[in-house]
Structures are given as structure tokens and as C-alpha cells.
Design a protein around this ligand. Sequence first.
Ligand SMILES: Cc1cc2nc3c(=O)[nH]c(=O)nc-3n(C[C@H](O)[C@H](O)[C@H](O)COP(=O)(O)OP(=O)(O)OC[C@H]3O[C@@H](n4cnc5c(N)ncnc54)[C@H](O)[C@@H]3O)c2cc1C
Length: 423
Amino acid sequence: MAEKSFKYVIVGGGVAAGYAAREFAKQGVKPGELAIISKEAVAPYERPALSKAYLFPEGISLILSTEIVKADLASKTVISAAGETFKYQILIIATGSTVIRLSDFGVQGADAKNIFYLREIDEADELVKAIKAKKNGKAVIVGGGYIGLELSAALRINNFDVSMVFPEPWCTANMYVFIVPRLFTAGIAAFYEGYYANKGIKIIKGTVAVGFGTEMGKDGTVLEADIVVVGVGGKPLTTLFKDRLTRKRVGLRQMVITKPAYTKKSPNRFDAFFKTSVPDVYAVGDVATFPMKLYGETRRVEHVDHARKSAEQAVKAIFASEQGKSISEYDYLPYFYSRSFDLSWQFYGDNVGESVLFGDSRPESPTHKFGSYWIKDGKVVGAFLESGTPEENKAIAKVARVQPPVSSLDQLAAEGLTFASKI
Ligand SMILES: Cc1cc2nc3c(=O)[nH]c(=O)nc-3n(C[C@H](O)[C@H](O)[C@H](O)COP(=O)(O)OP(=O)(O)OC[C@H]3O[C@@H](n4cnc5c(N)ncnc54)[C@H](O)[C@@H]3O)c2cc1C
């Protein structure tokens, strides 16, 4: 098999790869210097919308339907399933996440027909086809994370009889269904559950799917379904690189593939530029563990805003180092969002410590404008807002960044958005 050689190679063709490509183009990458190798058959696209808004500039080699199955970082080569060899000078790992399947938990019949997951565009197309074919049918959504919430709404809008099933005591809006802390507090979740119930969605909590075809639900509940959509989280695709990148100092702790943990005492400069512990190898997006400067600790974030920004940061860092320049460190403020029905929320910061709810969080509220603050060590560290205006969302982002002190939680709850607008 022929060997191809590029100055820069990105393995992965998702959001981070798309934004990296755009930044490469901005920085003036020359034709033929950059290749993106993706196992998907289409150019990088905006995954949350799963739309066909491709993110791809011209002049870049796009090598599609090509899965990298081996990486030899010592000889700077990656090899595809078909045996093609790609040589690079600089590698960017942007392999993202894969969905967790119910068969991973040993759920019986989990491979049955009409059980859908949603990660790639093909899966979205399949689901749309099934929705058309099973018009006005019954749908069961497994998982109370944000994908479960968004898909329940989408199916209900398509006139499906929808039931949501999840193991927690309330819906969480997490990416991972089984992790704590949950993004939604009980107070926030009560609004969405009530709102969804008013839209005719049945919510079955505190139970897990144990089988398909015969029974469903640990408590013996059987639900009929024409379509089952599963959204129980993702896991980062790091196995290709894990051994090589984690052996040194980092260990196998939580699939860390960037440089060793960041501490306030010894911040590692290169961490903030998405360089891994292997020279000339960068990792961005869902797979990257990086120093969250604001909290003085190392984290991994599976959200699109970080996928975009980390990719841009890494490419800027690559060009800056080639020109002997430096750029500022990555200083990320966590930002998540979701939309369903006529609802739309944003969250900034950290959901730790105590929380207070403010605004009108009754499910039947005409404005459904409400929110929550998280308070740790006397400071507001996180803020959530449903149905905020752009200015209000900006204000809560500022709160999460500035972390203003608060003396009374009751007063904070009473002030609500006014508190944010003063910061
Ligand atoms: C349905 C859905 C809705 C979402 N909604 C939101 C939202 O509302 N808000 C939000 O903040 N986040 C959302 N996310 C999460 C967000 O999309 C991800 O955090 C983001 O896509 C991560 O970007 P990435 O480039 O790291 O990974 P991905 O976008 O997953 O891209 C990884 C790419 O690598 C390719 N790949 C993997 N392994 C190989 C290999 N060995 N060889 C070649 N190619 C490989 C994959 O095929 C894929 O093209 C959503 C995700 C999904 C699936």
C-alpha cells in the first residue's frame, strides 16, 4: 500500500476536526499540508444540530470512510483499516466519543431492530426514516440526559406516544446518564418533567431497561414500542493512543491523554495548548483532558463549545510555536446548552456546592423564565437559565466567570436575575 505524507494530520472528522480545519485555513495552511482522516463518509459537521452544515474549508485533503486502527507515534505514522499508511509531522487527535450501548450493560435483546442511538449523521438519517415509517407510533426513550430530553421532545412533536425511562430520581440533562453531580437539581428537573408531562410524555423514573422484546424495566414494567431511542452517554475514543500517551506519569486514571495533571502549584504551560505528553501530538475535543484554569484542576469536557475552542487553541498554538511566538493559555468557562419544544437553557460554570432556584419554575408558567445558582465557599460558581434573552445569558456567564461572593442564599434566590445583572 502506498504511503502518504502530510505536514499535519487530524485523526477524526467531527466538530473539533472541522473547527481545527477552519483555524488551519485562517492561519494560512498551504494546499497539501493538512489531511483529515475520518471514519465517517461525510465532511465534519455540527453534531448537535446533526445538520448538514459542513465545517470544511477548501484545499485540505479529506480522507473519508477511513478508520485509523493503529498509531505508531514513535515513527509518526497512523495506519488505516485498509492498510494505508499516513505519515505526519504533527498529529491532532480528534476522535471524540462513541455512544454507550445497552449491550455494554448486558441488556437482553439490545441489538433488536428499531433501537436507535444518535452520534453520527447516518444514525440520524436512520432515525428520521423510522419516524416516517412508524408515523404516530409509540416511542420509548431510554435515558434522562439531555439527548433523552431532546429526542423525547422531537418524537412527541412528530406525534409519537412517548415514554421516557431513566434510572435516576429525576431527569439530569447530563451527557453521561449515570454520573453525579447531575446538572439538573431536583427543582430544575421538576419544571422539565412537569412541562413534558403537560405535552403528553410519560416519564418512568428510577428504573432501568433490562431487556427488549420480552420485558422492559427492572420493576417488570413492559412498554410497547415501535421505536426505542437510547441516550445513555458516551465514552471517549482513546484506545488507539491510550497506552502510549498514558504510560508516562499519568497512569490509566480516567483516560487522560494530555499532559500530567495541572495543579495551581505547578501549572504545566503546555497543557493549556492541548499538547500531549508525546512530542508533536495534540488532543482536542471530547478526548482531551486539560487544565481548567478557573478551577485549578484537570478535566475533560464533552461539549461542543469546548470541542470548537480547544481545536482553535491547538491550531493557534501549533502556528505560534512554528513562528517562535506564544499565545495565551486556554482559560475555559464550561458552557452547556440544550433546546427542546419552545424551551432553551444555558448553563455556565460549575454545578457544585449548594444551589438556589429563582424565577417562575412552575411547569405551566407562561414565561418559563427561571434559573438556578450554585454556591460554593460563599461564592456563586455556576448559573443556569431557562428562556433567557441573549443579554441575560451573557449576565449569568459573567457571574460564573467572576464568582461573586454571596452572604444570603435566600436573598440570592429572591434577587434572581437582578443579582446577575449587577455583576
Ligand atoms: C446527538 C448529539 C447532540 C449533541 N448536542 C449537544 C448540545 O446540544 N450541546 C453541547 O454542548 N454538546 C452536544 N453534543 C456533544 C458534542 O457534539 C460533542 O462534544 C462534540 O461533537 C465533540 O467533538 P469531537 O470533535 O471531539 O468529537 P466528534 O464530533 O464525536 O468527532 C469525532 C470524529 O472522529 C471520528 N473517528 C473516531 N475514531 C476514529 C478513527 N479511529 N479513525 C478515523 N476517524 C475516527 C468519528 O467518526 C468522528 O467523525 C451532542 C452530541 C450528540 C451526539
